[in-house]
Design a binder for this molecule. Sequence first.
Ligand code: CTP
Ligand code: MG
Length: 227
Amino acid sequence: MSVSVIIPAAGKGERFGKKKQFLHYKNKSVLMYAISPFVFCDEINEVIIAVSKDDKNQVNDYLKVANFKKKVSIVEGGLLRQDSVKNAIKCSNKKNQIICIHDCARPFISKSLIQKAIKKCITSDAVVVAVPSTDTLKETKDLKIKKTIDRDKIWKAQTPQVFKRSIIENVLFDLKYENFFYTDESSLVEQAGYDVSIVEGSPLNIKITTKDDWLLAKAIFKEIYND
Ligand code: CTP
Ligand code: MG
């Protein structure tokens, strides 16, 4: 089994106020923290980062400094995350039967969790790393609660998300779904009727979306790297 990893990193960080993939902790960018554990997984033989045209040189410089033994390729991202992912899949090695997608804004992913998710995909159509919700969720309208949702059934989806190549290609490039908008690929695969399994992830595998997340991220970095 061989795996291609796609790292969409062409976002603008509108909610954060700048491109959060290029924030640094101790001279290393969030993007490089996010991709490193994938580079060190033996199952993975291809890593592709989708970036904006303007950021290609910068990311190339990061890769030169990192000097990984494994090749990491750069492709151009698109207007939406889904366009960035599609561009990267088009450029990936068709011999790899598994596609793994990971947000560049999740720098705390571990090699063991990546391997667990990939392994699970051998017997599933698709796999999503997720964590059980610890909050009680409320469905609302105009700031009034309409319904309380049974917390036991609620999981929060993260990345990585892992797919059989044939399945994700069938769905993402199906003209029927061309005008669909989705924030993660598993939603579309699930809608197309495939089985999407869950692998329990870590609450520390946060996505940096807002400035508050960066406060948390700095605390997690400190803890992990023993500062
Ligand atoms: N992404 C991408 N191409 C886009 C938009 C997003 O590759 N056109 C990537 C981001 O770089 C990020 C991931 O998709 O790794 C998740 O997106 P999100 O957290 O929404 O990041 P941004 O789109 O950058 O943030 P915002 O939505 O606040 O602008
Ligand atoms: Mg976005």
